[in-house]
Design a protein around this ligand. Sequence first.
Ligand code: NAI
Ligand code: MG
Length: 375
Amino acid sequence: MYEASSINESGKMKFFSNPSYRIVCIPGEGIGPEVVEAALKVLQQVAKLEGFTLQVDYGWLGNTALEQFGSYFPQATIELCDGSDGILFGAVTQGGLLELRKHYDFFCNLRPIRIVDSLLHKSSLRPEKVKGLDILVIRELVSGIYFGPSGRFEDEQGAYGYHTMLYYDEEIRRIARQALRKAQQRRGRLTVAHKENALPHLPWTRIVQAEAINFPGVIVEPMLVDNLAMQMVLNPQRFDVILASNLFGDILSDIGGALVGSLGLLGSASLNADGFGLYEPIHGTAPDIAGLGIANPLGTLGACVLMLQQWGEAGAAQRILVAQDKVLAKGYRTADLSPQGSEILVNTEEIIDLLLAEICSEKYSESGVLYESYK
Ligand code: NAI
Ligand code: MG
């Protein structure tokens, strides 16, 4: 929806751009509702400042959906999500999420792992090992072992179970193209996680290399996934884009949480071929801290930044990133970042209030450019 022109609160002239977005929020369980509500406050604030409106509908998934509708992924949620501009999701303990991802064919999961300068000493590694760290993990999200034939049976040898890692070549090809495109836009290096010494019928290396012909300037580096896990800990700065299957990407990206200081800092976007997306933190329901009001909302906020960037709302995304850097540079830390010395312990609500105050005080030039831009 567009209006001819408007002046937003920063005094920035916006021509033909007063869009209106509708998102579906699925808070889920555990800390899900806490981090989603927190991130929404910031989203609404930047929407106001940037001159767009955000309509929020609430959907259900997992146990809350089962209680209300008798299904982990109910039709009521599908109806809300259809035609929306994005889905903002918290976390669930079980059920519904794989079905949601599959239903909308969210095959391309982007997980940026970027270190914030003021949190260098929070990494599990020495600061010089992670300075400037900027990795993009691209995980295939709707196929592989989480979706292959599976079952639990019994024969004469006893009970057994199986899950099958099955990929159509075309499924590898389409995620390869996304990863190659991202690598081309970044530093031009694509590391492909594979396990072809043990799983030779899943030739990720050959398929990605064949697609790479159409992406000049990108160096494709195949790496056995076990070595890759070790290299992420030994020398993470060497990586640019990492492409991984569903299972390998799930495991490797949690290493990213340790590298940047907390799992609670990382967000993700899962996109389908139309650019429609599901945006969520990479962590789970964190039952050990649920209900205490101390969860770190920055991973969910990071997912919101990815959503804004996907919409082309770069200004709104930048406002959040600049504010986040400032709040962290001033020493404010949620409990997961183990504040020490002069650092200040804050809870979920307090860090959001600090972010809102920072966003409102950001200075813009007359042409609408942030004086202090995010690097
Ligand atoms: P988890 O990610 O929920 O928690 C791991 C550790 O990180 C815990 O100590 C937790 O307190 C901490 N943590 C995570 N997010 C945090 C945040 N935002 N702020 C502060 N600390 C944070 O993983 P866990 O414990 O393995 O799984 C718990 C439940 O979550 C399980 O039922 C699992 O199935 C589910 N889960 C759901 C996911 C989803 O909905 N996408 C993803 C991963 C797990
Ligand atoms: Mg995971």
